[in-house]
Structure formats: structure tokens, C-alpha cells
Design a protein around this ligand. Sequence first.
Ligand code: IPD
Ligand code: CA
Ligand code: CA
Ligand code: CA
Length: 257
Amino acid sequence: MQDEYQVLESAIKQAGQRAQTIRQSGLSVTTKGRQDFVSQADIAVEDELKQVIRSLFPEDGFLGEESGLIQSVDANTSGVWVIDPIDGTTNYVQGMDYWCVSVAYVKNNEIQVGFVYAPDRDEFFMAKKGQGAYLNGAQLAIHDPEKGQAIIGLGRSNRRPVQEYCDLILMLDTQNVEYRRFGAGALMLAHVSSGLVHGYFESHLNSWDALAGLLLIKESGGQVTDFLNNDGLLSGNPVWAASPQLWENLNKLLFLV
Ligand code: IPD
Ligand code: CA
Ligand code: CA
Ligand code: CA
């Protein structure tokens, strides 16, 4: 018999693959703001996962990027499932492979479970609190990059002034820090846990972008900021996460200490 998490894992894979099929048959895309697109696949994936989660975990609340918050039965005892149906929608609608489905579970103000699935790349990341992080079944362990080889992932939040981002780029280039901006924060965080990049910074992310990836990083041995602090679940927060030594080295540069 499959347990609830195995059922959910299959549902996430199915939903992600459905997004691939929908894209093949033609997308209709609307926009919620600058570089913030919604396609019928964003809605379909979220609806599908919402249904599965509500039937598997009826006591829990639900927070999705496209449909908002459904309160839990009892906020004191139950948790909240937090979903980004497609992270990196801009990439997804352009036919690029750098997008993912992100699902996390928060209870007692801690991230308990995180899944990140990138269907076009055939990458399924999973972490459970205290039980490690895995990519396609193989356990992940973060190592610091060799000296001078670190690459930091970046995102630019529309909620923050452009100047702030420009200042950050100027500072990183002045200090010869390599960076990449691939356009899907949840997947870039997952890629910190697997070592494709070594850190990720964005001045504001929503909980559906951040939570699954942050648990992956924590469970694979990296350092992360306390995202759930100050109502991060509903309001979002800045995110800085990295391999241990890089975290120490860049905290000052990023004005975090
Ligand atoms: C966005 C992406 C992007 C990040 C933005 C997010 P969406 O999510 O993760 O990389 O910089 O802050 O909003 O809209 O593609 O789900
Ligand atoms: Ca969006
Ligand atoms: Ca997102
Ligand atoms: Ca999204």
C-alpha cells in the first residue's frame, strides 16, 4: 500500500507532466503584472494538486499562488500545504526547460516536507525534515565549492526597487562574484542542494517559491535564512541560502550582518 506521501509524489509527477502536454497543445497566457504570466497550465496544475491534497489531508490548510489561502480546520493543530503550480512560468511559456512544480508542507511554524519537480529536466527533488534531501532517489550532500569557483543564483523581485537589484549586481561584479539568474527561484534553490549553483539570493520571495527549496538546502547540509519569521508564510521574505562556508563569506557582502 502506498502512503499519503507516495500518492502525493505520483500526483506531483502527473501534474507536472500534464503541464508539458498542455504546452504542446497550445497555451493561452494572461498576465498579472510585469513578467508575471499565468497560463491554463498554472491553473490546471494547482487545481489538480489542490484536490489531491484536500482528499489526502482534509484537516490541513492550503496556500497556492493562483488560488490563495484556504484556512485549515484548526490552525493550532493542523498544517498548511503551500504550492507554486509552475515556478518559472516565463520560461515555461517560452518552451525553456527551467521551470518546476513546488510543494511544501508547514506545521508548527517549521517546513516539514518539500518537493520540487522539474519535468523537462526529469528532476524530482524531495526532502523531509530530519530525513535528508534526495534527487531522483539519491541522497544530496552540499559541499562548499573550490576557492574562486562559487556561483550564486539570483532572482529579481518585482516588489523591490530596481535600483536595489542594480546595486547588488554592481557589488557582485566589483567583488568578482559569479552569478546566474535562471528565472525560477524554487528550482534554483533546489539546485543549491544538488550543487549546480552554490547559493541563492533574492530580496523578496513568496512562500510558494521558497519553502520547498529551503528545506532541500537545509536537509542537504546548507544554511538558510529563517523564512517563516515575521509572517513569511503569508507575506514572503528575503531569501539567502548557501553552502556553509559561502554563507559565512557572503553574509557581509549581502548586508545580512
Ligand atoms: C517567479 C520566479 C522568479 C523569481 C520571482 C518569482 P513565477 O515565480 O521564481 O525566478 O525571481 O520572484 O515570482 O511567477 O514564475 O511563479
Ligand atoms: Ca507568478
Ligand atoms: Ca514562483
Ligand atoms: Ca508560479
